[in-house]
Design a binder for this molecule. Structure first.
Ligand SMILES: Nc1ncnc2c1ncn2[C@@H]1O[C@H](COP(=O)(O)OP(=O)(O)OP(=O)(O)O)[C@@H](O)[C@H]1O
Length: 756
């Protein structure tokens, strides 16, 4: 084992030896599988009798230091005795690697657990050993603090001198120095995704103290112990609680994809987007239909919630200054009672693994941010809803029922994504990197947004999207909703007849987890559209001042990235920007709608999403004076990331056959569909000379497995011009307007007329 330490951990040992402070405590991380390889007996003893096994590891690290000092003969090196082996990475078997909190039968076992820290007690200095001297014979004894009795030290009752002494009086001879005291902290861990009652106190000592905050997700390895509850009253039955004496702690605070997605699932999504790559808006609407299926319609509200759940892109730029820009959008649903707002929030919280749902009536600022709690004579910092939702979403229903003061405590948490705590001599900052989804009723029917919502302007401006959900009396709509509720199963089964159309809850969870790793970048064209819309809103005298701050631009970028992410696109295109602008316009309401969009239009699912998108796109771009703008051809090739760009030889040659282009009938089905690239090329490539066209065609026929990259290279080499597509044809890749949603969902094979 010493040889292994010297070989594999020489640098770590040198660092410890070089340190000038010999009273400091050093953690020495050791991977369990490596210990297994180097010394199987020791690995066994760590699992069998962990206290002794870990002590042996500590002694071996000290011996390795001594060996290194002798080897190097460096006089600066000083031996450090306060080293602690921190063993991690236990094998993934249920005996030692747990997803649930331990049971009484696990007492004394060395386990690996994961969970969420909900409470941290203040750091303390613990006297863990005390020296006593027998007054009669001067014999010295050391008594250790008893963990099971809450670290109490009971003085000896008789002298332990081997040369029999009958002394019963002792005096304390030790001082409260570093050899007798150690840093100590207790933190409370909760099983993730379970109720608050499933929690456990973790005991941190020495170098492990103060490494995590409330709201952190951690993976810990340690020994399961029992102790007398601190609230025990003499004479009453004993109350025992379980604790974990932590040996290794790792904070997993990176907000990334969770483990829900599997390889098979990912392949399923790949083939889904492959099927809908020519008409991604159909694919998107299919996800929306599977989202909260018990609610009829609410198209725009569902779209807004789904975009917010997808979230914006995270980029780590070179020379990162560690300043984080917010990527999580916030959404406020405002509307009449009984319009399904709460249902949407409830469904959203079931999709995202880390979600907290609260209602405004019972929430206070301390409950939402953080609270300092006095318990058993000690101050504890308790995480609030936003801190616990770090990396996920926080749904706040009945937002208007919160007191003004409590609502204002959200300001820092929403923009800076932290809460600064200065309570009961605890001064710290906790992370709140989550999206807030709030729902509320209108305060009054005033035209002024601030007045009608009854919220302050700074709070309104922090919401990326404010959507109005009205309960309009409309016979046709009422009939459809009533039909859906009463004959819901019939409706749903008709749509979900094809199993491929139905996205189960598990599938939605896996998808939203998967797309967290897609980070779309803004294209120049999308940038121009967003900037033009921002300018228009700033100059619009009827726009609400609180909705047209600089935050609007940030929101536009975030939401467009989220929409592109939802479609698993690598680049934010004009389509994403236009959809987001229409959402924001829809949220503003008809009176302030600067684009003149028909807001009623969005109440139910459009029969043909592409056609409705084309109309909106035309209206928006003409208002922005950008009718000629187009997506860059290169960017278009960039999405979706998973599309297999290999085309069949026949199809490729078809692409370049100009004579047939004018009325090509393409057969699109899930098995043999042309890639977007082939259609793009079909629509855009202008072959300048027949000779070159012929040579290119021949080159395809020669090389069956030619890839799209080769297509590009060939085009470049031949200096062919790739003409940008005219706007009316390429407003989206979904410009196959002859599709009807019915035909797409019901049949496997579709005849598409490309009018080129
Ligand atoms: N479009 C709809 N389709 C089907 N059911 C609906 C629809 N809108 C509302 N409901 C039903 O009406 C009931 C009330 O919905 P919910 O509690 O979500 O409303 P709310 O907007 O949150 O109301 P409040 O503002 O009073 O809290 C729920 O049972 C919901 O399923």
């Amino acid at each position: 084992m010493i040889a292994y330490l010297l070989n594999k951990h020489k640098e770590k040992l040198m660092k410890i030896l070089e340190d000038l402070d010999s009273t400091k405590h050093f953690g020495f991380a050791l991977m369990f599988v490596e210990i297994c390889d180097a010394d199987p007996k020791l690995a066994n003893s760590i699992l069998g009798s962990p206290e002794e096994g870990l002590q042996t590891c500590d002694n071996l690290i000290i011996s390795a230091q001594e060996a290194l000092i002798t080897q190097t003969d460096n006089k600066i090196y000083t031996l450090k005795k306060n080293v602690h082996a921190r063993v991690f990475g236990l094998p993934t078997c249920p005996e030692v690697h747990r997803t649930d909190l331990p049971k009484p039968t696990d007492l004394g076992s060395f386990l690996q657990l994961s969970g969420l820290i909900v409470k941290t007690a203040s750091m303390k200095v613990l006297e863990y050993r005390r020296d006593y001297e027998c007054i009669k014979c001067k014999y010295k004894m050391t008594i250790y603090a008893d963990h099971d009795m809450n670290y109490s030290i009971n003085p000896p009752t008789f002298c332990k001198n081997p040369e029999i002494c009958k002394g019963i009086k002792f005096k304390v001879v030790s001082t409260l120095d570093s050899t007798h005291c150690k840093d100590y902290q207790e933190i409370k861990m909760q099983e993730e995704g379970k109720t608050v009652s499933n929690h456990m106190w973790l005991i941190l000592e020495n170098d492990l103290v103060d490494v995590c905050k409330p709201g952190s997700t951690v993976t810990v390895c340690g020994i399961v112990r029992n102790r007398l509850k601190k609230t025990h009253v003499a004479g009453r039955p004993l109350l025992i609680e379980m604790t974990l004496l932590v040996n290794h702690l790792q904070v997993n605070n990176d907000v990334g994809p969770s483990t829900v997605s599997t390889i098979e699932r990912n392949q399923q999504f790949e083939s889904f987007w492959y099927k809908y790559r020519l008409y991604p808006l159909y694919g998107r609407d299919l996800i929306l239909r599977s989202f909260c299926p018990q609610i009829y319609g609410m198209y725009m509200a569902k779209l807004a919630v789904v975009i917010v759940l997808a979230g914006g892109s995270t980029f780590h730029e070179e020379g990162d200054t560690n300043v984080r820009t917010r990527t999580e959008p916030h959404l406020l649903l405002v509307g009449d009672p009984g319009t399904g707002k709460s249902e949407l929030l409830r469904f959203a919280s079931t999709i995202i693994p880390r979600s907290v749902r609260v209602t405004g009536i019972t929430s206070t600022s301390a409950g939402l941010t953080a609270a300092a709690v006095h318990e058993n004579g000690d101050w504890h910092l308790e995480a609030g809803a936003l801190v616990l939702a770090d990396g996920g979403i926080c749904c706040i229903d009945e937002f208007n029922s919160m007191k003004e003061h409590d609502r204002n405590s959200l300001l820092e948490a929403m923009e800076q994504q932290t809460v600064s705590v200065a309570k009961a001599s605890i001064v710290t900052k906790l992370n709140t990197r989550c999206s807030i989804l709030a729902a509320m009723n209108h305060k009054n029917s005033s035209d002024n947004l601030t007045e009608s919502l009854g919220l302050s302007s700074p709070l309104i401006s922090r919401f990326d999207l404010i959507l109005t959900v009205m309960d309009k009396r409309d016979d046709d709509w009422d009939e459809r909703v009533a039909d859906y509720i009463l004959n819901g199963c019939k409706y749903r089964s008709k749509f979900f007849e094809d199993k491929n159309n139905k996205w189960s809850l598990e599938m939605l969870q896996a998808y939203f987890s998967l797309i967290k790793s897609v980070n779309p970048k803004l294209s120049d064209a999308a940038n121009t559209v967003l900037a033009a819309y921002y300018q228009l809103q700033r100059n619009n005298s009827i726009s609400s001042k609180s909705r047209t701050t600089i935050r609007l631009l940030d929101s536009l970028v975030r939401l467009s990235q989220a929409h592109a992410r939802l479609l698993q696109h690598k680049t934010v295109l004009i389509m994403d920007a236009v959809v987001v602008i229409s959402l924001i316009e829809y949220g503003i309401g008809k009176d302030e709608n600067s684009m003149g969009l028909d807001t009623e239009y969005f109440k139910d699912y459009p029969v043909d999403p592409t056609e409705s998108y084309n109309k909106i796109c035309e209206t928006i771009l003409s208002k922005l004076n950008l009718l000629g703008i187009q997506d860059d051809g290169d960017n278009c090739d960039a999405f979706p990331p998973h599309v297999d760009h290999k085309m069949s030889l026949k199809r490729k040659s078809d692409c370049f056959n100009n004579d047939e282009r004018s009325s090509t009938k393409l057969k699109c089905n899930s098995k043999s569909v042309e890639t977007e690239t082939s259609v793009a090329l079909k629509k855009t490539t202008v072959i300048k000379s027949d000779q070159k066209k012929e040579s290119l065609k021949n080159s395809y026929e020669k090389h069956e497995s030619v890839s799209d990259n080769s297509v590009k290279t060939i085009l470049e080499q031949s200096k062919f011009q790739v003409r940008k597509r005219p706007l009316d044809k390429v407003k989206s890749f979904a410009s196959c307007s002859s599709f009807s949603s019915e035909s797409i969902f019901d049949s496997e094979e579709h005849e598409v007329d490309f009018d080129l």
